[in-house]
Write a protein of this length. Structure first.
Length: 236
């Protein structure tokens, strides 16, 4: 059944009806970007996106507007659930990535990108073009995709090398790299320790990565103490 303008207007009405005032206030406090916010919880958005993806997902994406945080989030969810070739998914992803203006939409989209499981190398090749982007959230997209899907034996060395060298002058890229490095520490402890001991990361990212490692319940008390000693002084 074709997705129509009427369906889309009905969707926007539903988003308003599903608005949760407390959640909206919580999300607003996280500075989720410049988009209008309804305050619809993620499980409800996933429910809606699943229904759309099972119908005319292309028709929906052709009609969809970027008038709210939830509307943009839904587009990403639908793209990652679409039944299509990986090449077509990349085409729609290109259009979506340019709309990302906050960490929540970026990170949710990356985590949902399950097609990588059967198209690992193609996805690796695809995201590399975003590594050198001048746009903050395009680079964060690349880093979070690397963190979510490429901290595995065949790719971890290359992924960490990219993270060490990617432009981190903007806050949300720097924080993504710190998060990714701390995530890598759990499975690839010695590789990350070497990076930290040799101070291969910018000082601010270096210390943020250590902080995130030390906040993790999966890191031993002994390692937390060791990591504390690897902090560097940041010159003002």
């Amino acid at each position: 059944m074709a997705y129509t303008e009427f369906d889309y207007h009905l969707l926007v009405t539903q988003l308003s009806q599903y608005s949760d005032a407390k959640y909206k206030q919580f999300q607003s406090g996280l500075a989720v970007g410049s988009s209008f916010l309804y305050g619809v919880r993620i499980p409800k958005l996933r429910e809606i996106s699943k229904h759309i993806a099972s119908r005319d997902w292309k028709g929906y994406l052709n009609i969809a507007q970027d008038n709210s945080y939830e509307e943009i989030m839904l587009q990403g969810m639908v793209i990652t659930q679409a039944k299509c070739s990986i090449e077509e998914m990349f085409e729609y992803t290109d259009g979506f990535v340019g709309k990302i203006d906050n960490w929540a939409i970026c990170d949710t989209f990356c985590a949902d990108f399950k097609a990588v499981r059967t198209h690992r190398q193609e996805t690796w090749d695809y995201i590399l073009k975003y590594v050198g982007s001048e746009k903050e959230f395009e680079r964060r997209f690349a880093v979070v995709m690397l963190m979510d899907h490429f901290l595995i034996d065949d790719y971890v060395d290359q992924a960490l090398e990219i993270m060490m060298n990617i432009d981190q002058k903007e806050y949300y890229v720097m924080m993504a790299v710190a998060w990714a490095v701390s995530t890598a520490f759990i499975k690839y402890r010695n590789k990350v320790v070497e990076i930290l001991e040799e101070e291969k990361l910018p000082p601010l990212t270096h210390n943020k990565a250590i902080r995130k490692c030390r906040e993790s319940y999966r890191v031993s008390s002994e390692d937390k103490e060791m990591l504390k000693g690897l902090k560097v002084k940041i010159l003002k």
